[in-house]
Design a protein around this ligand. Sequence first.
Ligand code: IMP
Length: 199
Amino acid sequence: MKLVLASKNPHKLTEMQAILAQLGVEVVLERDVGADVEVEETGATFEENAFLKARAVMETTGLPAVADDSGLCVDALNGAPGVYSARYGGPELDDEGRYRLLLDNLRGQLDRRGKFVSCICCCFPNGDRVEARGECPGTIAYAPRGEGGFGYDPVFFLPQMKKTFAQLTAEEKNAVSHRGVALRAFQTELEKYLNGINE
Ligand code: IMP
């Protein structure tokens, strides 16, 4: 079976391919099937945004399509930046600008709890849907640490590992991250679904 990944990000393709190759599923990017779909992420939840992206690509290509949506939710900010994680503070900010804004907005705040969330949705042309969610709880550091990763990684601290996401190797991060958890849950759900329709 061929699955179209609703993304232009080759890094996400590698992750998805690695986990789904074991199920005999081939994952390709939109551009590999001649599609270039712009989807407005207007959903109020990660689940909704993943669904909107996957459905749009499935409808354009006529093939099963999978999408993910993720972000950082901070307790003391009532769940912000949440679904706005990629756009926090407006389009002029880069990754560093966004995490510095987050630190500013938490200045003096002792409750530093937060979590990363990742939701994956796969839409099939017959209307079926397979979904998975992963979370990774942690705290927001007082200052950035580490060079690896992307986005909010330098300020997302894992108390049990005494390191930020940016201080972990890719393998270490994948073992605990919201995306790793969601991808493994998705693999299980997709396998159940495919076994069900082949019975
Ligand atoms: P998406 O590509 O629409 O899912 O946007 C996710 C946004 O959330 C990214 O632009 C990052 O700002 C943030 N984000 C999601 N996952 C991570 C992560 O693993 N590390 C750091 N930031 C992340």
